[in-house]
Design a protein around this ligand. Structure first.
Ligand code: PMP
Length: 414
């Protein structure tokens, strides 16, 4: 990667790139251009080092041991909880529950708060741009409880129709669960307004922050969401770790999710008493190494600067959008006023899958298909899109390579 180009706002992108070893590799004889960040981001060296360091030097099970390794592992694991609390501006550390990821977080709420409160005839509202992981758990719950799932429609630009949303809210609405930033359209939803209206109707709100947490400032207290979920692997951290934030009084009032070690205080055959928060929801040996390495990812983000990252990604999004719009046969799907750095597009008479394969031949990784949002594809009457999603280490030169690759693709296929 040439360093001659201007250093983009606030960050030295070339210095950032040096921290990601994978960016040195080639794919099909070409330098890797990684534009599949919405699926998972690459990991900086410090995250990889944190994993190696844990397994090399203090691998032990946490909380129950009194030996040195167990104490060191426990301290590192709990330090991540403190870092997440700070990162999301949660009021209390016990409001941070470690999960396997966004999917598990949503399922946890559906199986606990949902099962406890949703009754026959009640209503759950989600939006038309949800990831399957924010559709299926609610469908299952509605099926079990004979409740009704209602959908907030999407406009042609890929924004939520808020007027329609407000009309969907009734005294029967128990849960509103919406995505903060769409993984297939890039749209940033006005979650504060959505939450306020839901609360006025007496519903609790789950925010799917899988895509927003890496791009936007997250302040769960200002947002006033009841639950917020995200995945570490989209935040430059490891796979297999996620966060469920919940307001303390809700988490305390909910039934347990999984039973087992760690989530109990005392067990007899007659009766079990459950542990305090957050351990009540962390049954069994957790993903210790990856939780510990997640802190290294958050440290990377803090050190690089959330605002710097956002400015850089905004610049990439704007540049990519302008360049893509100049290709006559290409149409961008998702043109909301406020977007994260995700661009989905279709090209006349070219299947998204073919775009993906031909770009891969040029070393460029984009995602193609329905992006686990099939209803979004149905809404726009398309089988799928090609999606380029940008991270802090991407550059304008890489976007130029994408545009060149697309011209080549179009030429080959038409
Ligand atoms: N919601 C959104 C908006 C997502 O983009 C994703 C991941 N693609 C998920 C939920 C699910 O996240 P995970 O697979 O990490 O549980």
């Amino acid at each position: 990667m040439k360093e001659a180009a201007t250093i983009q706002k606030g960050i030295n992108v070339y210095a950032v790139r040096k921290q990601f070893p994978i960016l040195n590799r080639e794919v099909k004889g070409k330098p890797l251009v990684y534009f599949d960040n919405a699926a998972t981001s690459q990991k900086p060296q410090q995250v990889i080092d944190a994993l190696v360091n844990y397994y090399s030097n203090y691998n032990a099970n946490i909380h129950r041991g009194i030996h040195t390794l167990a104490e060191e592992a426990t301290a590192a694991y709990e330090a991540t909880r403190d870092a997440v609390q700070k990162f999301m501006h949660a009021a209390l550390r016990e409001e941070i529950i470690f999960t396997r990821g966004t999917t598990e977080g949503i399922n946890l709420v559906a199986y606990t708060w949902g099962r406890q409160h949703v009754k026959e005839g009640d209503e759950i509202i989600i939006s038309g741009m949800e990831h399957h992981s924010n559709i299926v758990p609610w469908q299952v719950l509605c099926g079990e409880k004979k409740a009704v799932l209602k959908i907030i429609p999407i406009t042609e630009e890929g924004e939520l129709d808020l007027e329609a949303y407000k009309k969907l809210l009734t005294s029967k609405t128990k849960i509103v669960s919406v995505v903060h930033a769409s993984n297939s359209l890039g749209t940033v939803n006005p979650v504060k307004e959505i939450i306020k209206a839901a609360h006025e109707a007496g519903a609790v709100v789950v925010i799917d922050g899988a895509q927003s947490t890496v791009h936007l400032d997250i302040d769960v207290q200002k947002m006033d969401c009841d639950f917020f979920v995200c995945s570490a692997h989209k935040l430059y951290g490891p796979t297999g770790v996620g966060v469920l934030y919940g307001k303390k009084k809700l988490l305390e009032s909910m039934p347990v999710f999984q039973g087992g070690g760690e989530m109990i205080k005392e067990v007899t055959f007659e009766k079990t008493t459950f542990n305090d928060l957050p351990y009540k929801y962390e049954a069994g040996t957790p993903n210790i190494a990856d939780v510990i390495a997640f802190k290294a990812a958050l440290d990377f983000i803090q050190k690089t600067g959330k605002e710097n990252i956002r400015l850089h990604e905004d610049e990439l999004l704007q540049y990519a959008t302008e360049q893509l719009q100049q290709i006559p046969s290409l149409k961008i799907i998702g043109t909301a006023k406020e977007k994260v750095s995700v661009v989905s597009f279709v090209i006349d008479k070219v299947h998204p899958q073919d775009i993906g394969i031909l770009l891969d031949n040029q070393g460029i990784a984009v995602r193609t298909g329905h992006h686990c949002t099939q209803p979004v594809m149905d809404r726009f009457c398309i089988p799928g899109t090609a999606r380029a999603s940008f991270a802090v280490y991407n550059t304008k030169e890489e976007i130029d390579a994408l545009i060149k690759g697309l011209h080549k693709t179009i030429k080959m296929l038409s």
